[in-house]
Write a protein that binds this ligand. Structure first.
Ligand code: N01
Length: 487
């Protein structure tokens, strides 16, 4: 009979879950399972299949350090390539046999007596000494609440759940939202739809996209000389780290960036009225800076209308704005982002005394090093609070966290520890430092409301400093930071 108890359970198979699984296996751990609710790996890169979906971070950096890919086709890889990369890493590093597909994590309870996690999945219960969440921060689509939406008689779907059965040619489409997803799918669908009504609440800053195909010669060099690819990766990494200075310390640098974005808009949009609608009124960097060369040109096409009036209600055949204008449409597409500060895992996880993460986080999401939460022993949260980035590759942050978790598990083995629970004062001190470095940054003072902020206006999502600093902090698991209990 297969054992239902494991040393480690990892939930999710995006970059975080796969990265964790590979590093566990490489370190000689074999008694671990990875839960995946879907039937294939990939996380957000499996789910987001909207037309035009691609990465806005160069792929040489947006990949695992242990699995460089000399075959990336262009600077910013399209979604199918990234999804295929994650599948290949899964197979190349032999972690597929550890994955339980079709197993959705539904709840996890800390068993104080046995000092194990009781994990309830859609296929039954499993237990583990250590639980690692790799369920992601951009996994659950966020739907806006619009009066009357249930009466709409046409097709409705979200960018993260694209309905490929819908043929959009000749359709009258309402797109709601103008974030990173919408600016990619709007130019992709604009040529085929009859009318596109783009409902914009806040115009984003859009920079030119310096994309290009990677030549056969370059690929051959990367294959033959992995160090060359490493050097390119290093170059991209350091140029992006320099942006942190701009985001946090040097407004003059951000002004320079703003001028580039203004020129980009000016060059691509000739109509002053449309240009005015598309001009942001907040400081660059306050929201995620977007990159596109085809978004503005698509908006200048005659079948597109940019609607800046707020939405009042939805009727069976369209959308009515506050000003009373009715937009007759037969399809509504949400590009409204994700539940970032309202993660479903908050209700699933029950720590000491049965307390849920939501109850623990009444004063906002927080974790020591973005990874461990006092009252939730032996639990590690990848892509946790304040580990997100607006400027660089999340894979770098994930690898830092994975190394930390691995060191924690090794330390538990070495010191024969049954339980590690971060000390509340260690967590508070860390969170205080993060919060104080958030003061006077563009994210809180830039004059915008973004998904980086929670409902109280706290930035509980981004890492406010250099990523190499995060790596240094997560380099070693320090048992003195934790309340520990022996086996
Ligand atoms: O979502 P978003 P996204 N009524 O939250 C609007 C990553 N990503 O899916 O700005 C009307 O950015 C909202 O308006 P406002 C990346 O990290 C990466 O586009 O809040 N409008 C906004 O315009 C990104 O940041 C890639 O005023 C409403 C939009 O919907 C993150 O995913 C590609 C509304 C939501 O924008 C999320 O991007 C794509 C309402 N009730 C995404 N509610 C890469 O290339 C929301 N909006 C790696």
């Amino acid at each position: 009979m297969t054992s239902t108890h494991h040393r480690v359970i990892v939930a999710g198979t995006g970059f975080a879950g796969i990265g964790m699984a590979v590093r566990l296996k490489q370190s000689g751990y074999h008694d671990f399972v990875v839960l995946e609710r879907a039937e294939e790996v990939g996380g957000t890169w499996r789910d987001n299949t909207y037309p035009g979906c691609r990465c806005d971070v160069p792929s040489h950096l947006y990949s695992f350090s242990f699995a460089p890919n000399p075959e990336w086709s262009s600077t910013f890889s399209p979604q199918p390539e990234i999804e295929a990369y994650l599948q290949k890493v899964t197979d190349d590093f032999g972690v597929r046999p550890h994955i339980r597909f079709g197993h959705a994590l539904e709840a996890a309870h800390w068993d104080e007596d046995k000092r194990i996690w009781r994990v309830v999945t859609s296929q039954g219960e499993l237990t583990a000494d250590v639980l690692v969440s790799g369920m992601g921060g951009l996994a659950e689509p966020s739907y806006p609440k619009m009066p009357g939406i249930e009466t709409f008689e046409g097709a409705v779907f979200h960018s993260a759940e694209w309905d490929h059965s819908q043929d959009l040619s000749g359709r009258k489409v309402a797109v709601i939202g103008t974030g990173a997803s919408a600016i990619q799918f709007v130019p992709a669908i604009q040529p085929e739809v009859e009318e596109l009504h783009l409902f914009q609440r806040t115009p984003p800053w859009v920079m030119p996209r310096p994309d290009r195909q990677i030549s056969k010669v370059e690929k051959a060099i990367f294959r033959r000389f992995p160090l060359a690819q490493k050097a390119v990766r290093g170059g991209i990494y350091w140029s992006r780290e320099a942006l942190v200075l701009g985001f946090t310390k040097a407004p003059a640098l951000m002004k320079q960036g703003q001028r580039i974005a203004e020129k980009h808009l000016e060059r691509q949009i000739r109509d002053p009225e449309l240009r005015a609608k598309l001009t942001p009124d907040f400081t660059l960097g306050c929201k995620r800076v977007l990159i596109s060369d085809d978004y503005y040109p698509a908006l200048a096409q005659p079948n597109v209308e940019v609607v800046t009036d707020a939405i009042r209600e939805v009727t069976p055949s369209g959308v009515i704005t506050e000003g009373g204008t009715k937009h007759e449409v037969d399809t509504i597409i949400y590009g409204t982002g994700f539940r970032v500060t309202d993660l479903p895992v908050m209700d699933m996880l029950h720590g000491r005394g049965g307390q849920t993460l939501r109850e623990r986080w009444t004063a906002g999401m927080e974790a020591y090093l973005g990874t461990t939460i006092s009252g939730f022993p032996n639990f590690f949260l990848l892509v946790g609070p304040n580990t997100g980035l607006g400027h660089s590759s999340m894979v770098y942050m994930i690898e830092s966290q994975v190394a930390y978790v691995l060191d924690a598990i090794k330390t538990m083995d070495r010191n024969r520890l049954a339980e590690v629970d971060v000390k509340p004062e260690v967590q508070s001190q860390f969170v205080d430092q993060v919060r104080s470095s958030m003061k006077n940054t563009v994210w809180t003072r830039g004059g915008c409301v973004s998904w980086y902020l929670d409902s109280q206006g706290r930035n509980t999502t981004l890492w406010p400093s250099f990523t190499f600093r995060f790596r240094a902090l997560t380099k070693r698991f320090e048992p003195a930071d934790y309340q520990t209990l022996p086996m």
